[in-house]
Design a protein around this ligand. Structure first.
Ligand code: HEM
Length: 453
C-alpha cells in the first residue's frame, strides 16, 4: 500500500483562500517552487472533496501518462462549469475522455500526421513572409500580437482552408477575453451575472458565429477540399453516423485555439531568450546565413538547420508554453509508492521538471547544446515533456515543431529583435505561459551574410 504524500495546510476561511489565490496570482512559480522544495517533488493538498497532488517528478509523470493512462481522465478543472475549458471548447479532443475521445482522436489524427503536414510548410513560410512586408527596421512591435495573428492565420489556412486574416483581430480579442475569464477564483454561483461573465458569454457567441460560419460555408460548397474541416464533415463512425455540427464546432475551436497559442508563445519566448543571449543568437544567424544564404526556408532545408531546432527545444525547456497539465484518477491506484485514491486530482508541472538540477546542469541557463544529438540521448526519461506524453501526447507536435522552426528561420534571417528599452516582461501562467502585457521589441534589419554553401 502506498502512502499519501506530505503537503501544506490548505486555508479553510474565505480570507485565507483569497490570500492564497492572490499569492498564486502574483507569482505562481515562486509559490509552488517553494513548496516543492519543502515537501519534495510530489506533494498533496487536502482540498474540499478530496486530494490534489502537485507533481514535478519525471517517473511519476511517465507512469501516469504512459504506464496507466486508462486510470486517469482530464482533471475536473477542465470541466468546471464556471471556469473550465469545456465552457468554450465543448467536448473537443483536449477536453473529452474515454471511448468518445478515442474515436475523435482517430478521426483527427490523419490531418496532423507527420507526412500530411509537410504540405503545410509553404503556407507557413508564405504567411510569415507576408507579415514581414509590414515590418520595418527601427520600429517597435508587440511581438506577442504579431505571433498570435501569424500562427492563428496559419492554423486556419492549413487545417480549415479558411482565410481569417480579416477576422484575426476579433478572434485574438475573443481568445484573450476567454483566457482571462477561465482563471479567476470565481466563488459566485454560475447563474450570477457579472461583467466578466457577460464578456465571456459574448466572446463565446462571437467564436460560435465564426466557426459555424466556416461550417455553413463548407456545406454550401459541399466539396471535399482535402482539409481537416472536410475530413470532419465527411467522417462516419462504425455505425455510419456523421458528427453533429456541435461536435465539429468543438473540434474546430479546439484546434484553432490549441493550434496557435502555444506555438505563438514558443516563438515569443525564443525571441526573448535570443535577445538575452547574443552568443546563441550569433550562432543561430550563422547557421541560417550559411544554409539559406538569404533565401526563404523550405521543408527540405529543415534537416540542415539543426541548431535552429536545438534553439526551439531549449526555449521550450526553459519556458514551456504548456507549463502544466492535469488529470483525475478514475479508480484507486498507486504510482511511485504513493497511493492515489479515486477522485484525486494530479497536476504535473513540466516547468519545474525542466529546471530540476538533478536532470539539468545550470538549469537556468539558455544552452541549446543540451539538445545536440549527442547530448539529447542522455536526457533522463520524461525530464523533458513540452508536448506531454502517452496516448494523449499533443496531436499537433510535429506540426508545431515544423512551424516553429520555419517561422524562426524566416524571421531571424531578416530581423534581430531586442526588448524595447525599459519594457518589463511579466510571465502570465494562464492556460498557457504567455507574456502578461505583450512583448514590446525593437526591430533591427539584418543582411544575411553570404557564406559559401
Ligand atoms: C509548441 C506548440 C505546442 C505545445 C507546447 C503543445 C503542448 C501540448 C501538451 C503538453 C498537450 C498535452 C496536454 C495533456 O496531456 O493534458 C497537448 C495536447 C493537445 N494539443 Fe498541443 N501543443 C502545441 C501545439 C499544438 C498544435 C499546433 C496543435 C494543433 C494543430 C495542437 C493540438 C493539441 C490537441 C488537440 C491536444 C489534445 C490531444 C488529446 O488529448 O488527444 N497542439 N499539447
Amino acid at each position: 500500500m502506498g502512502r499519501i504524500p506530505a503537503g501544506p495546510e490548505v486555508p479553510r476561511t474565505p480570507i485565507g483562500m483569497l490570500q492564497m489565490a492572490s499569492a498564486l496570482k502574483s507569482d505562481m512559480f515562486a509559490f509552488i517552487g517553494k513548496r516543492l522544495q519543502t515537501y519534495g517533488d510530489v506533494y498533496a493538498l487536502q482540498v474540499p472533496g478530496g486530494l490534489h497532488y502537485i507533481v514535478a517528478n519525471p517517473d511519476f509523470a511517465y507512469e501516469m501518462l504512459v504506464g496507466q493512462p486508462q486510470n486517469f481522465y482530464k482533471d475536473t478543472g477542465y470541466k468546471d462549469p464556471k471556469v473550465g475549458l469545456t465552457l468554450f471548447l465543448g467536448n473537443g479532443l483536449l477536453t473529452s475522455d474515454g471511448d468518445f475521445w478515442k474515436k475523435q482522436r482517430k478521426q483527427v489524427a490523419p490531418a496532423l500526421h507527420a507526412r500530411r503536414i509537410e504540405a503545410y510548410a509553404e503556407t507557413m513560410v508564405e504567411s510569415t513572409d507576408l507579415m514581414l512586408t509590414r515590418w520595418h527596421a527601427g520600429s517597435v512591435l508587440n511581438i506577442d500580437r504579431e505571433m498570435m495573428r501569424l500562427t492563428l492565420g496559419i492554423v486556419a489556412k492549413t487545417l480549415f482552408n479558411a482565410d481569417i486574416s480579416a477576422q484575426a483581430g476579433r478572434i485574438g480579442h475573443i481568445l484573450d477575453t476567454l483566457q482571462a475569464a477561465m482563471m479567476p477564483l470565481d466563488v459566485l454561483p454560475a447563474w450570477v451575472p457579472t461583467p466578466l461573465r457577460f464578456r465571456r458569454d459574448r466572446a463565446i457567441a462571437g467564436l460560435d458565429e465564426i466557426v459555424y460560419g466556416m461550417i455553413n460555408a463548407w456545406r454550401e460548397q459541399g466539396a471535399d477540399r482535402g482539409d481537416l474541416l472536410s475530413m470532419l464533415m465527411l467522417a462516419q463512425d462504425d455505425d455510419g453516423n456523421h458528427m453533429t455540427d456541435k461536435q465539429i464546432r468543438d473540434e474546430a475551436v479546439t484546434l484553432l485555439l490549441a493550434g496557435h497559442e502555444t506555438t505563438a508563445n514558443t516563438l515569443n519566448w525564443t525571441f526573448l531568450l535570443l535577445a538575452q543571449n547574443p552568443d546563441v543568437e550569433a550562432r543561430l544567424h550563422d547557421e541560417l546565413d550559411s544554409v539559406l544564404g538569404g533565401a526563404l526556408p523550405t521543408l527540405a532545408d529543415l534537416k540542415r538547420l539543426p541548431y535552429t531546432e536545438m534553439v526551439i527545444k531549449e526555449s521550450m525547456r526553459l519556458l514551456p508554453p504548456a507549463y502544466s497539465f492535469g488529470r483525475q484518477a478514475i479508480v484507486d491506484t498507486e504510482i511511485a509508492g504513493y497511493s492515489i485514491p479515486k477522485g484525486t486530482e494530479v497536476t504535473v508541472f513540466s516547468y519545474f521538471i525542466h529546471r530540476d538540477p538533478r536532470f539539468w546542469s545550470e538549469p537556468e541557463r539558455f544552452m541549446p547544446e543540451r539538445f545536440s544529438p549527442e547530448n539529447e540521448k542522455h536526457i533522463p526519461r520524461y525530464a523533458y515533456l513540452p508536448f506531454g506524453g502517452g496516448p494523449r501526447i499533443c496531436i499537433g507536435n510535429s506540426f508545431a515543431s515544423m512551424e516553429a522552426r520555419l517561422l524562426l528561420a524566416t524571421i531571424a534571417q531578416r530581423y534581430q529583435l531586442r526588448l524595447k528599452p525599459g519594457f518589463q516582461v511579466e510571465f502570465d501562467p494562464l492556460i498557457t505561459l504567455r507574456p502578461k502585457h505583450g512583448l514590446m521589441m525593437t526591430l533591427a534589419e539584418r543582411t544575411p551574410e553570404r557564406h559559401a554553401v
